[in-house]
Design a protein around this ligand. Structure first.
Ligand code: SF4
Length: 329
């Protein structure tokens, strides 16, 4: 398959909290509340990251969370000290801060109620939630947030509210080939109902030390190629297929139909995969055989359709070109 270009965005990664109600068997990000590395970023810390991102020419503030940390006893004390009684209201304030600095928020807060999506919609250019898999896998045992039906319901709420959305599958966490087919077909069906899925990440599982799945193997390149080919075949053509160039070499996956390289941060690390640095732009160019084109966290088709709130309009207008990609100066 020959593409005229592949896309990417420039972001800052903001790990708002690593406290999480779940305990996924592959997660190296989550920390128990008493752990010295457990944290909830303060507004000042977030502001510093946002300012660095704006200075580096980023367009996106990627807010990432442990899921429903308020269900972890003791966490709410941290929130109250900052003047908030729930994490979603705190995220709304930080999203407003991001907009005021000129970065478009893209939040991944885990599964949400419809009312929570409604609160965030006005202040987020796009949002995301990995489906991961429709299968019940051992790595998700005891994780309330990893029940596939709950994740599907969240993705559908975002669709009802016309929120441009990122989802994806995690490859190699114990699912079968048929499970991958089912997961991708589920995403396809949701998109056919609501039309809001802008990209599907095909992410290869990487084992992390000191986790339940530390001794498991991630998928090889052949498995990933086959999965990307399958995704391209099953998913509607207006959904981009994203692969992560800090986790796997993208060249052959682009030949299979991948068309996006995700967020590349010049200022922050990938806190979920801290052992895998993002390539810089020069390195990224050398990793692919097609030109690169920068996009915003919201894809061009949704910029053109006006799927954004009045409060985001001026930032989107400042950052986008006539086709809805990132403006070049
Ligand atoms: S992968 Fe996400 S949901 Fe699972 S434990 Fe880690 S932070 Fe929580």
């Amino acid at each position: 398959m020959s593409l005229p270009f592949v896309t990417y965005s420039r972001n800052v990664f903001i790990p708002l909290t690593n406290v999480c109600r779940n305990r996924c068997g592959y997660c190296g990000f989550r920390r128990d509340l008493g752990h010295p590395e457990a944290k909830l970023l303060t507004p000042e810390e977030v502001k510093n990251i946002l300012l660095k991102g704006a200075h580096a020419g980023c367009s996106e503030a990627l807010f990432t969370f442990g899921e429903h940390p308020e269900e972890v006893p003791g966490f709410n004390k941290w929130l109250l000290e900052l003047g908030f009684d729930n994490i979603i209201d705190y995220l709304v304030e930080l999203s407003k801060l991001s907009i005021s600095i000129g970065l478009l928020p893209h939040s991944n807060p885990g599964i949400l109620e419809r009312s929570e999506f409604e609160k965030l919609k006005s202040y987020n250019a796009s949002m995301g939630l990995m489906l991961e898999t429709t299968a019940s896998v051992k790595g998700h045992e005891g994780c309330a947030g990893k029940i596939p039906e709950s994740r599907i319901r969240s993705i559908e709420y975002a669709g009802e509210l016309k929120i441009p959305f990122t989802t994806g599958i995690l490859v190699g966490i114990g699912e079968t080939w048929d499970d991958r087919v089912r997961s991708l077909k589920t995403i396809k069906e949701i998109h056919e109902k609501f039309g809001h899925i802008q990209e599907v990440i095909i992410q290869n599982f990487i084992p992390k030390p000191a986790t339940g799945m530390a001794s498991s193997s991630g998928p090889g390149i052949e498995d990933m190629k086959r999965t990307v080919c399958l995704a391209r075949k099953l998913l509607p053509s207006d959904i981009a297929i994203q692969v992560a160039p800090n986790l796997i070499s993208p060249r052959e996956l682009i030949e299979c139909g991948a068309s996006d390289l995700g967020g590349i941060s010049p200022e922050t690390i990938d806190y979920i995969n801290p052992e895998s640095p993002w390539p810089n732009l020069l390195e990224l160019r050398s990793m692919v055989d097609v030109p690169l084109r920068e996009r915003l966290p919201v894809y061009p088709q949704y910029v053109k359709k006006g799927w954004y709130s009045a409060g985001l309009k001026h930032v989107i207008y400042d950052l986008s070109d006539a086709e809805g990609f990132r403006k070049t100066y």
